[in-house]
Design a protein around this ligand. Structure first.
Ligand SMILES: Nc1ncnc2c1ncn2[C@@H]1O[C@H](COP(=O)(O)OP(=O)(O)O)[C@@H](O)[C@H]1O
Ligand SMILES: [Mg+2]
Length: 507
């Protein structure tokens, strides 16, 4: 063998370093969760080289083969059990990749054979890598298998891809490349969150459109990314142009946000600040929780991704636990972003229309909570909740969110603010109304109900061929029974609960 390759350097992605540690520590079975088989093939080949291991591959179509020579093993190993037995008898140091092996893990004899293999490899120098797009580990194997969630490619890996594409284009002479260093960085940033092959496709498409690659192609790449996120069905890009000035009241919350508007980015890291984790907004329905989530993204100029808890648990698209892992991974790939988990309680048992199986709900929340606690990627989570009864106490524990704010019904001053905002939004001059009087008449109204009252007065005025008037809005207020009147007890309970556990959003 030639000189040993240099060891993994500091710029090596963390999952590769983890993998190398496991290989060095002689872990027998490692499960790599990823869609990117080609990328992993290249990574594993390098790791094998660096550690002086013979590389083998198994798939249902090819059986067990030595990667270098493509020579099949002596016996027929297309059967998973035979393949595992044959791996057990490999000599010396090996790295064996099993492709799509999750397919065979519902077979008792395969599971048993894998377990036995795991035990027998403990004394050898062979590591078996299961590479699959989804994680399915039968309970018997849980203790024997170590899992690596392969993250999406880093900016550095994408930059390398772009450089490779340059090289090819230069040689072919058919397309033009007009990129400064900054342009290249902008393109790579736009592609962040895609897998390597998705990024390659996106770049190829950008080139094919006009035979050139330049900074204008950022738009093409972003559109591709939007498509990819949409396909996953769990996260949704939420374009938002609401600024915080569209939110009435909530002064304390606004001050808190304002103090952190520059907290993402290199300068803040250099200063020694941690990445902001996120906020939990609890409170009365219709008082601006969702609106605030949207405004934060616009104000901080970060894309807004909405995570639909209902869909996570719907059972329509794979298992709930798998779904939440996938969603977290995509969000991290798209960082820096605001991840909006609207009505987080929706997935919880007893909240109606959530998971019926409390075990599943607990595991999904466990995954989410662990991530909230440990995440290092700049994903700012804004979770909202209308109800507290079902919220697990762990969610409120320190370290999950930076702060928990309680959003109560608006005070008189806040209601006046909300009237002004919504009048102006409908191109009416707030000064021509007695806003203080309207605010007094709207005692107990939520922001949403105030907006509704204005809209319904607008309808009346329009139908009558009249202009929107003070009296018109007052009439519409008088005809509304606000939710707070029918929910007196619930709201009192919510306030009571919030007093000890949350910070007030209003001044
Ligand atoms: N504080 C507020 N300031 C301005 N508009 C508000 C406020 N609260 C609610 N609204 C209006 O009501 C709508 C619904 O409020 P939303 O944020 O969805 O309430 P929730 O707290 O239930 O998430 C908002 O889109 C906005 O138009
Ligand atoms: Mg809401």
């Amino acid at each position: 063998m030639s000189d040993p390759a240099p060891a993994a350097s500091d710029t090596t992605p963390r999952f590769i370093r983890d993998l190398e540690t496991m290989v060095r520590a002689r872990y027998p079975l490692v499960y790599l969760v990823t869609h990117e088989e080609q990328r992993i093939d290249a990574v594993v080949a390098e790791v094998a080289e660096r550690h002086g291991k013979q590389l083998w591959e198994w798939s249902i179509t090819q059986g067990l083969r030595m990667a270098k020579t493509r020579a099949p093993s002596a016996e027929d190993t297309s059967n998973p059990v035979t393949a595992l037995q044959s791996i057990a008898s490999l000599k010396d140091a090996n790295l064996v990749v099993l492709k799509d092996f999750h397919r065979y893990l519902d077979d008792a004899s395969v599971v048993r054979a894998l377990r036995e293999l795991g035990h027998s490899l403990k004394v050898g120098l062979t590591t078996v890598l299961l590479v699959s797009p989804t994680l399915t580990i039968p309970p018997e194997l849980e203790k024997d298998v170590s899992v690596i969630d392969v993250p999406l490619p880093t900016v550095g890996e994408l930059l390398q891809l772009l450089k490779d594409i340059f090289g090819i284009l230069k040689k072919s002479n058919r397309s033009e490349v007009h990129l400064t260093r900054d342009d290249a960085e902008a393109l790579v940033k736009a592609a962040h969150g895609l897998t390597l092959s998705e990024a390659e496709n996106a770049f190829a498409k950008a080139i094919a459109l006009d035979n050139r690659l330049d900074v204008a192609d950022v738009r093409v790449i972003l559109e591709e990314k939007r498509q990819v996120v949409r396909k996953s069905g769990l996260l949704e890009y939420f374009p938002s142009d609401e600024s915080l000035s569209a939110v009435g009241g909530l002064e304390q919350l606004k001050v808190w946000l304002d103090r952190r508007k520059n907290a993402f980015g290199a300068a803040a890291r250099d200063f020694g600040l941690p990445e902001p984790k996120g906020l939990l907004l609890l409170g009365v329905q219709g008082c601006g929780k969702s609106l605030t989530a949207k405004a934060i993204s616009a104000q901080w100029r970060l894309p807004l991704l909405r995570l639909d808890m209902g869909r996570i648990f719907s059972g329509l698209i794979g298992s709930s636990e798998e779904n939440v892992r996938k969603a977290i991974k995509s969000a991290e790939g798209l960082a820096p972003v605001v991840l909006w988990v609207d009505e987080i309680e929706k997935g919880l048992a007893g909240s109606g229309g959530g998971a019926n199986d409390t075990g599943v709900a607990a595991r999904v929340f466990g995954t989410l909570l662990t991530w909230l606690q440990e995440k290092t990627a700049p994903v700012f989570v804004v979770a909202t909740a209308n109800r507290i009864d079902a919220l697990p106490p762990e969610l409120l524990r320190k370290g999950r969110f930076d702060e928990i704010f309680f959003i109560d019904l608006p005070t008189a001053n806040e209601r006046a603010d909300i009237f002004r905002i919504h009048l102006a939004k409908r191109r009416r001059a707030p000064e021509s109304f007695d806003v203080a009087k309207l605010a007094a008449a709207a005692e107990g109204f939520s922001g949403a109900e105030i907006e509704q009252a204005i809209v319904s007065a607008l309808y009346d005025a329009f139908a009558d061929g009249a202009q929107l008037s003070q009296a018109g809005i007052e009439k519409s207020l008088a005809e509304t029974v606000p939710l707070s009147r029918t929910m007196v007890e619930e709201i009192a309970r919510l306030r009571d609960w919030a007093k000890l556990r949350t910070r007030k959003a209003s001044a």
